[in-house]
Ligand binder design. Structure first.
Ligand code: FES
Length: 129
């Protein structure tokens, strides 16, 4: 609380200012970080898919999609700040698309799923959505 004395139209007035403080047990209602959310892990193995050359695909980066490894729009509600990776293969091909969402060569599996931080991580279940 603080006091402020000011002159308004030649009349001196005194204002008392109080800062609204949340209760000590209240949790902040704003996200303090500007970092995008971390993806969840829908699979600890890659998905083998047949890709068509010239077709546009959207690979899920958040892990919440129920159409793995492709995007179903779930990021809009569950992982704002993440968006799908769009890609167009040049030719028809068989590919192993990352299922853990931590590859360093998205959308393709690079073996990252064999690292300890993925092996020991909790697998996201659709019921947790
Ligand atoms: S499944 Fe993600 S790197 Fe292999």
């Amino acid at each position: 609380m603080s006091m402020l004395v000011t002159k308004l139209d030649h009349i001196w007035i005194t204002l008392t200012l109080r800062l609204a403080r949340p209760p000590a047990t209240a949790t902040p209602k704003v996200q303090l970080s500007t970092l995008p959310p971390e993806p969840v892990i829908p699979s600890k193995k890659p998905f083998k898919v047949e890709l068509l050359g010239g077709k546009r695909y959207s690979w899920c980066t958040c892990g919440y999609s129920k159409k793995q490894p492709f995007c179903d729009g779930a990021h809009k509600l569950k992982a704002q700040g993440l968006s799908p990776l769009r890609f167009v293969p040049e030719t028809d091909s068989t590919a192993w698309l990352c299922g853990c969402k931590y590859t360093n060569n998205p959308p393709y599996c690079d073996g990252t799923h064999k690292q300890d931080f993925i092996i020991s991580a909790t697998l996201h279940k659709e019921t947790e959505s």
